[in-house]
Design a protein around this ligand. Structure first.
Ligand code: HEC
Ligand code: HEC
Length: 497
């Protein structure tokens, strides 16, 4: 059975189960009786009245304001007054507000566990989407979808995928002058270039000079959902509860990998010229880090021997004087993240960027305070950005926002935060895959270093020696963030050394 959703107020309004009727339940009932005729059964509007769901200005109104509006109507505009009992007005006002809240605040009914099963199973969602590091990074990462989207937007995204295309996922076919075509998402573009991501999660950094035509496609590659109304309800219950990767939460070791096996079955995984998209892009394995290709810089020092020597010969002592600026990329001012009273602000003139760019396959990864950027190394244009607010109350270098860069392995990049958490980001989406808190002890720990890859582990450590911390280095599984070992670099009281 294909879902007929609009008619289910329980699903639409996400109220509690019938055992505990709430304001929202009452509101949903009233709405169906007296408001739906003009505002639509799904609150998406009709020609008699505007949409009340997914409206940013309604979200900013208070319950008393909305009550008043409903009671008095809007004279001369077609919104009639409703002289209802106080609790009915409250219920309607609460309902209108709830239509415009992040889905996670809506307490959607349904079996979230069954929804998760559907997502990774029959629904094939994980062949295109990643959640908490599991699945494929073809479309947007959905780990925080309960906060990023409202209930009705999630529902709309599932039932009418083409109605609103997520920014950065507009579908294009680019015809190149050499006769090839590439189809995928225009993750970024300017008058001079397109940063195209194919369905395999691989980037094609195309300059204007290479391109002969760009064809825009208005549809989404996401197939409209085929599910029973129960499956749909469970799926929405699951999605609305996704509120982001939490520090220390166990990550899932097995990922479906880029593209994922199921993706092969989806017709969109062919280029328009009929050539199949290869299933797995080349990841970066440890052998490649040990012996980087000329032009790649896959670890902090270029090679693990640490001497920072490059085998490239194009720039040498006879022409080095001709080097000039090709592009610049401005990192947004760190100031915006912290209050003026912080140690950082008083000392900021001393610090600048300390990142060592990592370069792999034409993509450059740099860090700034609490943020990482993937750039097209040729043009300096941004592919993705990951950033989060700075941590108040950090100490020393960490409080200045110092960060020395990322490490890279497989489909992930790794960085530390100012408060000594280790993060793994997906290289295609730029979204957080796992987060580990490095210290167990409450001391003035910070983080500033670029992690180091050894085999399948990420080695990192902490800052804060100037503030009396007991330092350590530790190794974490790259796949999950689980700690493998820790080595104290300062002995405990009474220990030798
Ligand atoms: C006869 C049609 C009609 C009915 C019935 C109706 N409305 Fe309206 N409503 C409108 C119209 C038309 C507007 C737009 C008024 C304007 O833009 O000035 C509106 C506006 C609103 C707004 C403000 C929207 C905004 O974006 O500012 C709210 C809230 C609202 N209605 C809630 C309700 C509720 C709750 C009910 C049921 C109790 C209801 N309406 C019943 C026609 C109707
Ligand atoms: C063939 C690949 C593919 C499959 C399969 C797929 N999606 Fe999508 N999905 C996408 C793409 C690409 C986008 C972004 C473009 C768009 O908005 O249409 C997207 C967008 C979304 C969005 C909106 C995200 C946002 O930030 O706007 C949600 C929610 C979503 N998908 C959920 C699902 C669920 C649940 C399933 C399984 C039933 C699913 N998708 C199956 C490719 C897919």
């Amino acid at each position: 059975m294909i879902a007929v959703l609009a008619l289910s107020p329980a699903l639409l309004f996400g109220q509690n189960p019938p055992a505990a009727p709430t304001k929202a339940t009452q509101g949903a009932k009233l709405f169906a009786q007296i408001c739906a005729g003009c505002h639509g059964v799904d609150a998406h509007g009709t020609d008699q009245g505007p949409a009340l769901a997914g409206d940013g200005t309604l979200r900013r109104r208070s319950i008393p304001e909305l009550r008043n509006l409903i009671r008095k109507g809007i004279p001369d505009s077609g919104m009639p007054p409703f002289d209802l009992a106080a609790d009915q007005l409250d219920a309607l006002a609460a309902l209108v507000l709830s239509l415009n809240e992040p889905a996670a605040d809506s307490n959607v009914p349904g079996d979230a566990a069954a929804g998760e099963q559907f997502f990774f199973g029959r629904g094939q969602c994980a062949s295109c989407h990643m959640v908490y590091g599991r699945g494929a990074p073809v479309g947007p990462d959905l780990s925080n979808i309960g906060r990023d989207m409202k209930l009705n937007e999630i529902r709309e995204a599932l039932l009418r995928p083409g109605a609103r295309i997520a920014p950065g996922y507009e579908l294009v076919t680019v015809r190149l002058k050499d006769g090839k075509t590439v189809r995928g998402f225009a993750r970024g573009r300017s008058n001079f270039d397109v940063r195209l991501q194919d369905f395999n999660g691989t980037f094609h950094l195309l300059q204007k000079s290479q391109i002969s035509a760009i064809q825009e496609e208005k549809q989404s590659v996401m197939p409209p959902l085929k599910a029973s109304s129960e499956e749909l309800q469970n799926l929405i219950a699951y999605l609305s509860r996704l509120t982001g990767v939490k520090p220390g939460a166990p990550a899932v070791a097995e990922t479906a990998g880029r593209g994922g096996a199921d993706f092969a079955k989806i017709e969109h995984s062919k280029n328009t010229d009929g050539t199949p998209v290869p299933l797995r892009a080349e990841g970066i394995d440890f052998a490649r880090i040990l012996n980087p290709k000329p032009g790649d810089w896959l670890s902090y020092n270029g090679k693990l021997n640490g001497n920072r020597y490059s085998d490239l010969t194009q720039i040498n002592s006879t022409n080095v004087e001709n080097l000039g600026v090709k592009w610049t990329f401005s990192i947004p001012l760190w100031k915006q993240f912290l209050p003026d009273t912080s140690y950082y602000h008083q000392n900021m003139e001393y610090f600048g960027l300390e990142t060592t760019p990592i370069v792999a396959d034409g993509i450059m990864y740099v860090t700034a305070p609490h943020s990482a950027y993937a750039l097209d190394a040729l043009s300096g244009r941004e592919i993705w950005e990951y950033s989060r607010p700075r941590t108040p109350g950090t100490f020393g270098d960490a409080s200045l926002g110092t960060n020395r860069g990322v490490a890279i392995l497989g489909d992930k990049v790794f960085m530390v935060t100012d408060n000594a958490h280790l993060l793994a980001l997906n290289r295609t989406t730029g979204k957080l895959v796992w987060e580990t808190v490095m210290p167990n002890e409450p001391q003035h720990y910070g983080g500033t270093l670029a992690p180091l890859i050894v085999k399948d582990m990420v080695v990192a450590g902490v800052a804060g020696g100037d503030w009396g911390i007991r330092g350590f280095i530790a190794a974490y599984k790259a796949a999950t963030g689980e700690r493998v070992w820790r080595r104290w670099t300062v002995p405990a009281a009474g220990e030798p050394g």
